[in-house]
Design a protein. Structure first.
Length: 411
């Protein structure tokens, strides 16, 4: 999701919590995304850090409560209120939430918030008991009713050494929440099925056949669909999910992606088959094994002699589901092949598996971040040279918007 924050005006309000040290990294990441960042410190935050730190990182003047009362002729809180495309408050203390909930404007940050109509995301951080206190929860309800987006704290070890809910979310999670804000929710109300990663076909209870698929393409597809408002069902063939996704349920009605961890092609097929009828779009981005041992040995085979395996075909997930789809469903597949056979094979596969769209990519794509890609519909051939999987996912969902509008005549 390139350039989402480029030239966006971000106003960052920092209050007096211990977690404010993490915000230095957030400012760096926002600047790396080419956002324009201005910082306001609450009076409490000034007790933890000097303004020069944040000015050095943001490249802009950092404002404090003292600036609120300078006789410069500027109405500073009104000026700052008009600046942002988005306001972030991180960390937000219980004290600050209480003041904002009661409409106080006694210092610069509070007055700016009350004067601004910009969307505002608040990331509370405090001791667990303070977070769970009825007064804090009542303030949270008020602020949500006022239109503020409240992102709940994480669980873990806190500065006070206790363990519980109250940690500031990881900076990458905050950054991804901001990015998701700037994406149009073109898939709100839609359900999207995505298969991703390799599968494993077991020889014995320890050893298995697999491939080098990283699952990155499927992750970027799931992320794009999720940020556009879809209900995402990701059938995932890797043991772990090592990626960061924000929980948009905190701030919207968009459900967090449902991730189904599977091992074998049969498991991937059974879950996909169960979910598929409910979905509007299905993208088969996984690399399931085409063959499996006909017989699985119990326990662990000893290395005593050579071994001959009899293999059988696994379930063809995309073909089975694609040939039984409804007219209103869109199916998308991938064709991984040697470069000289790529286009021919992709077109054959598109027809055999009844795909509306197929994305052809060479064998060198496996495990790589960038590659060449060709997108085929019945009427379009779109060629991309050396683009990232993230860029491809973004383009695909941009393209799907116009594709759906053009209707079945495009298929």
């Amino acid at each position: 999701m390139d350039n989402l924050l480029k030239d966006k005006n971000i106003l960052l309000g920092i209050t007096g919590g211990v977690a404010l040290y993490k915000i230095c990294d957030l400012i760096r990441k926002l600047k790396a995304e080419e956002a324009n960042v201005k910082v306001i410190l609450s009076s409490g935050a000034e007790e933890f850090a000097r303004p020069v730190l944040f000015s050095s990182l943001s490249g802009n003047e950092t404002f404090t409560n003292a600036d609120f009362f300078k006789p410069t002729g500027r109405i500073l809180h009104i000026e700052l209120a008009k600046f942002p495309d988005l306001i972030l408050i991180a960390p937000a203390t219980a004290s600050f939430l209480s003041k904002l909930a009661t409409g106080q404007a006694s210092e610069l940050l509070l007055a700016t918030l009350i004067a601004s109509k910009a969307p505002t995301y608040i990331f509370p951080s405090m001791n667990t008991n303070m977070w769970e206190h009825p007064a804090t929860q009542e303030n949270i309800k008020k602020l949500k009713n006022y239109g503020y987006f409240i992102y709940e704290p994480s669980e873990g070890k806190l500065a006070c050494q206790s363990v519980g809910k109250g940690r500031l979310p990881e900076i990458e999670e905050i950054l991804e929440t901001i990015k998701a804000h700037f994406i149009k929710k073109t898939l709100k109300g839609k359900k999207v099925l995505i298969t991703g990663g390799p599968t494993r076909e077991y020889i014995d209870e320890v050893r298995f056949i697999t491939n080098d698929s990283s699952g990155k393409m499927a992750f970027y597809l799931a992320k794009n669909a999720y940020y556009r408002g879809a209900e995402v069902h990701l059938v995932w063939g890797l043991k772990d999910f090592p990626y960061v996704l924000p929980n948009l349920e905190y701030i919207s009605s968009i459900p967090f992606p449902k991730i189904y961890f599977v091992r074998t092609t049969k498991e991937m097929f059974e879950i996909s088959q169960r979910v598929f009828p409910e979905c509007n779009i299905a993208i088969f981005a996984s690399a399931p094994c085409d063959f499996r041992p006909k017989n699985i040995f119990k326990g662990k085979l000893k290395k005593t002699k050579s071994l001959t395996l009899e293999l059988e075909l696994t379930e063809d997930i995309a073909k089975t589901l694609g040939t039984n789809k409804r007219a209103d469903q869109i199916t998308i597949g991938f064709a991984l092949e040697e470069p000289d056979k790529l286009e021919t094979y992709a077109q054959i596969k598109k027809k055999e598996k009844n795909f509306d769209i197929i994305i052809a990519n060479p064998l060198t794509t496996m495990g790589k971040e960038t590659s060449d890609f060709i997108i085929f519909t019945s009427k379009d051939k779109l060629v991309f040279k050396d683009i990232s999987k993230m860029q491809l996912a973004q383009f695909l969902f941009d393209f799907l918007g116009s594709y759906v509008q053009r209707g079945s005549s495009s298929k």
